[in-house]
Write a protein that binds this ligand. Structure first.
Ligand SMILES: Nc1ncnc2c1ncn2[C@@H]1O[C@H](COP(=O)(O)OP(=O)(O)OP(=O)(O)O)[C@@H](O)[C@H]1O
Ligand SMILES: [Mg+2]
Length: 260
């Protein structure tokens, strides 16, 4: 046993998941160190979102286990994962269209106040104010925190999903294509948000087809193909040509022995 190796924040061990006849994940293992930024990449249908939904408690695996700070995770839903310090920005945002921006941000963690007589009511004014402060601190824009989310553009909805996942106390924020609907200035804000999280010691798993973002702000690439992790690379030890080649072929040339 080495005392110098830090305990991973998260360890996923031997995770498998099938949807009917589709084997989405086959015995996948992944560990993330505290405060590190991991870029999770792979072709469409590689299993990236499924693996992260399992970590975020939104899908249950068929087999395998998850450790957090070296102890078995006990959650089986997203609220439980949040209590364990894990937040996720879903690829489809997972917002409630009829609720306002602020209501979406405080969904599941509504703030209440006690009136005379001890009656508890929602503190809407406080949630709206805190939501405004959150957007200001993130540098992201929405028309109004009292607009229903369904009245927002795709990019504005993405900003709401980012604010919801990053504005609270998390140890790991998972971002599934957080910049897919954003223009260049907003992409820059998301990069700054990730850097701000890292400075606070928050780990990030970033799923992105934009390899340049991972080279700019990430520590490590994890490459998936057809339900398996095929390679791990330090950002400083690879280049985009190598990553793309491994995404396409599903093989790590450095892991292969001499061919016969
Ligand atoms: N709820 C589901 N029901 C049935 N099949 C699913 C479901 N979710 C995912 N799959 C299948 O599992 C496989 C992995 O999908 P997943 O969404 O994890 O891929 P991905 O790597 O995130 O792809 P993309 O880059 O397109 O987002 C795909 O074959 C997909 O069709
Ligand atoms: Mg996906």
């Amino acid at each position: 046993m080495s005392a110098s190796l830090p305990t991973p924040l998260v360890e996923m061990r031997g995770i498998s998941k099938s949807f009917g006849a589709v084997s989405a994940l086959r015995h996948v293992s992944l560990s993330v160190l505290p405060g590190s930024v991991v870029g999770l990449v792979g072709d469409n249908a590689a299993g990236k979102s499924t693996l992260m939904k399992i970590l975020a408690g939104a899908i249950l695996p068929d087999s395998g286990s998850i450790l957090i700070h070296g102890r078995p995770a006990v959650y089986d839903n997203p609220i439980g994962a949040r209590e364990a310090g894990i937040e996720m920005i879903y690829q489809d945002f997972a917002l409630v269209p009829e609720l306002t921006v602020a209501q979406n941000i405080f969904l599941g963690r509504e703030q209440v106040r006690r009136r005379w007589g001890g009656v508890r009511t929602l503190d809407t004014a406080r949630m709206n104010r805190r939501a405004r402060e959150l957007f200001a601190s993130l540098g992201l824009r929405v028309p109004s925190v009292t607009s229903p989310v369904q009245a927002l553009s795709g990019g504005q909805q993405q900003a709401v999903a980012i604010a919801r996942a990053t504005g609270f106390e998390a140890e790991l924020v998972i971002m599934d294509e957080p910049t897919a609907n954003l223009g260049a200035p907003a992409i820059e804000k998301v990069r700054q948000t990730i850097e701000g999280l890292r400075e606070k010691g928050v780990a990030v798993i970033l799923i992105s087809h934009r390899l340049e973002d991972i080279f700019a702000i990430g520590d490590r690439f994890v490459v998936m193909k057809r339900g398996e992790i095929v390679a791990n690379r330090e950002v400083g030890d690879t280049c985009s040509e190598e990553i793309v080649a491994m995404m396409v072929t599903g093989r790590d040339p450095r892991a292969e022995g001499p061919t016969a």
